[in-house]
Design a protein around this ligand. Structure first.
Ligand code: UDP
Length: 405
């Protein structure tokens, strides 16, 4: 099949760890590669956010990335991209109508891409699929007045759930959220993300560490909801342990980063500054060496639509202490592949980390069970196979004649 993937802000070619570049970029890159591996012809459409980008780039994984001119050819925060989605959708419709490469199905990632994709789909007859990646209702619940999403987000997300041919959800928690929003369960297909088991594996290079001191690792974009401050608050209850934080801007820019400075200031006031090490963003191909250097991975977000980092840690044979939220409750089996604790509870987090660090046998048992779980359930190949079936099903459904532009 010819498969279009639309990911307006998250390019598969981006450097990860910064504020708007994380799991969705990884997801789109890995999924596109796996779909090519399954024999499909794949193009990823993302917004042109620099004047130096070529119109199209052919990747070594065999898919093409097309840079769509919509809005300024410069960096625009994700939450300010809505005004350009009409332009994005018209560009897609025009490109697909020209007929040199018309997709059999278009898979949108994130609600704003969904708007552009539905617009283009209606004008060209191309079937549409949507993965939300994150939901406005959940964000609003946790961030309240600090949520910078455009005001209409929740309404658009609800409407998109009925406008697309299929909604691809990533975890059971997302199913419940969408049902509460009024999206019928029958429109959803549950297909979790995978993890690249060539990059994330138990053997391979290990980042330097002090062998005499236990190491916990936490990974993610430098945003408050990732729970880094809760991890620092938990540290006094875990004596003599080093805490490594991967993510954020590159190391040389960390001193100027406001959130990195908050972490450092909190570490000083908790008396653990000598044990907290901020590494900055790490290229994807080096991430495995950081996971493997740790005795355990702490994933302590306030909420998490899916959460690739626990999967990556598990694939590297590292046990996880995680928050019992979102996708983490599907991927980490409490008491079998890791320990789950309530979010925003540094006391519970500290206790869980201390106990697991003190129990080598349990860590080994968790790591072994986690690897089994990853190998049997979370490959990108499996994800691509399941999605191929979804795409085939929507592509054969009769649809109304395309709307006139
Ligand atoms: N990541 C990375 N380098 C970094 C920080 C993060 O490559 O310095 C990757 C990480 O390995 C994972 C993704 O960014 O693949 C983060 O995904 P996750 O689902 O955990 O969080 P999100 O960013 O989507 O909220």
């Amino acid at each position: 099949m010819r498969i279009a993937m639309i990911s307006e802000h998250a390019s598969p070619l981006a450097v990860l760890g910064e504020e708007d570049a994380g799991g969705q970029n990884t997801h789109v890159a890995e999924l596109a590669a796996a779909l090519v591996g399954a024999g499909h012809d794949v193009r990823v459409y993302t917004r042109r956010d620099s004047t130096t980008l070529p119109d199209a780039v052919s990747t070594p994984d065999g898919y093409q990335v097309c840079h769509v001119p919509a809005g300024p050819a410069g960096r625009v925060p994700r939450d300010e991209l809505l005004p350009y989605m009409g332009e994005f959708g018209r560009w897609l419709a025009e490109a697909w109508r020209r007929g040199d490469w018309t997709p059999d199905v278009a898979h949108a990632h994130f609600w704003m891409s969904g708007l552009a994709t539905v617009h283009a789909g209606r004008r060209t007859g191309v079937p549409t699929v949507l993965t939300y990646h994150a939901l406005g209702t959940v964000k609003r619940r946790h961030q309240g007045a600090r949520d910078t999403s455009p005001p209409g987000r929740i309404g658009y997300e609800r409407a998109l759930g009925r406008a697309v041919d299929r909604v691809v959800v990533q975890c059971e928690d997302e199913v419940r959220e969408l049902v509460r929003m009024g999206v019928p369960r029958s429109r959803m297909a549950l297909v979790p993300s995978g993890v690249n088991q060539d990059v994330f594996r138990p053997d391979g290079p290990v980042a330097p560490r002090d062998p005499a001191r236990p190491r916990i690792l936490t990974v993610g974009r430098m945003v408050e909801r990732k729970g880094f401050l809760d991890v620092v608050r938990a540290l006094p209850a875990v004596p003599d342990t080093e805490c490594v934080v991967v993510g954020g801007p590159p190391a040389d820019l960390l001193p100027a980063d406001a959130f990195a400075r908050r972490i450092t200031a909190l570490a000083e006031s908790c008396g653990v500054a000598d044990r907290v090490k901020l590494v900055g963003s790490v290229p994807r191909e080096q991430m495995g060496s950081w996971y493997r250097s740790a005795d355990l991975l702490v994933a302590a977000p306030w909420y998490e639509p899916f959460g690739l980092t626990p999967l990556e840690g598990m694939a590297c044979g590292v046990p996880v202490v995680g928050s019992n939220v979102g996708g983490i409750t599907d991927t980490v089996v409490d008491g079998l592949t890791g320990d789950l604790v309530p979010p925003r509870d540094p006391r519970a987090l500290g206790t869980a980390i201390r106990k697991l660090l003190a129990d080598k046998v349990r860590r080994f048992a968790y790591a072994t069970a986690a690897l089994d779980r990853i190998r049997s359930r979370y490959s990108w190949k499996r994800c691509a196979e399941q999605l191929s079936a979804v795409y085939a099903a929507v592509a054969t459904v009769a649809r109304p004649a395309p709307a006139v532009a």
